[in-house]
Every structure is written in C-alpha cells, then in structure tokens.
Design a protein around this ligand. Structure first.
Ligand code: TYD
Length: 154
C-alpha cells in the first residue's frame, strides 16, 4: 500500500526514446526498462468526440503510462486532496500514473489518440469509480489508526 494521499509528483512526465531519420520518427517503450513496470496490457482511446471526457476513476493497484501518440489532451490528476492538470501533446513523452490517483482525460483535440500501457490486465475490482468513495478511502488511509500505542520513538 503506498503512502496515501499519494504525492502528485509521483505522476510525472518521462521522455521516451525517439529515433529520427529522413523516413520519420520512431518511439519505443520496453516494460521495466523505460517505465518502472512490466507491460501486461495496452489500450487506446480514439475518435473521442469534442467536449467528451474519459477516465473519472482511480485504481487500487494499476500503474499506467499514457501517451498522446497523436494530437493532444489534458490529464487532470487528483490525490483526494490536491489536483493538477498535465497537457500531453508529444508522441515521445508519456505520463506515469500511479495507483490511488484519480484521473480525468479532458479537452481532446480532433483526431487525438491516447495510448495507455498498463501494468495489469483489466480488472473491474481494481477501479474506484465514485469520487466521493475515493475521497473517503483516501481520508481513511491518511488518518492515524485509532487505538495504536505510540511507538518507542514517539
Ligand atoms: P473505462 O476504463 O471506464 O474507460 P475510460 O476510463 O477510458 O473512460 O472502460 C470503458 C469500458 O471498456 C468498460 O466497460 C470496461 C471496458 N474495458 C475493457 O474491457 N478492457 C480494458 O482494458 C479497458 C481499459 C476497458
């Protein structure tokens, strides 16, 4: 179990390798090498209508890397106490998203494609789909446990 609320800095942009020649660009990702988890699943979002939002949930265990392989979109990140928004608009830059961070994908440009590399197979039980429940779980995990004796170190 990570420290909750998870520091939002745990979600960060990474630069991926980019091989450029006169035929164009090539970017690659190896699990456990360029990203800190093995890749168990790949999915992508595309043909997102203007004004539509995706996401709107947190995960208990899933680690992900999201890449705007075409176009752009914004990722709102929320640890239950603070929020930040990251814009993704380069095919060689990915955003690491760790468990216990609520995410919403917004403001997709026309033709945008969001590629996601995920550490686990699809598991509906890994989702927290209600923001109120997410905030309550974060506060419960953050609260000092009742009845615990103070340690020798205080
Ligand atoms: P969901 O994760 O809620 O979409 P998003 O967060 O991008 O808005 O998934 C939408 C639907 O697709 C839901 O019924 C579950 C299904 N789904 C799978 O079957 N496998 C997958 O790997 C993913 C990501 C979704």
């Amino acid at each position: 179990m990570p420290r909750i609320p998870v520091p939002l800095e745990s979600c960060h942009l990474i630069d991926l390798p980019k091989v450029t020649d006169r035929r164009g660009n090539l970017t690659f990702v190896e699990g456990s090498r360029h990203i800190p988890f093995p890749i168990r699943r790949v999915y992508y979002l595309y043909d997102v209508p203007g004004g539509a939002a995706r996401g709107g949930h947190a995960h208990r265990k899933l680690h992900q890397l999201a890449i705007a392989v075409s176009g752009s979109f914004e990722m709102l990140l929320d640890n239950g106490r603070e929020q930040t928004t990251v814009r993704l608009d380069r095919a060689h830059t990915g955003l690491i998203i760790v468990p216990w961070v609520w995410r919403e994908l917004l403001n997709f440009s026309s033709g945008a494609v969001c590629l996601v590399l995920a550490s686990r197979p699809y598991e509906e039980e890994d989702y927290i789909r209600h923001h109120g429940e997410f905030r309550a779980l974060v506060e419960a995990a953050a609260a000092p446990r009742r009845g615990r004796k103070p340690s020798a170190a205080g």
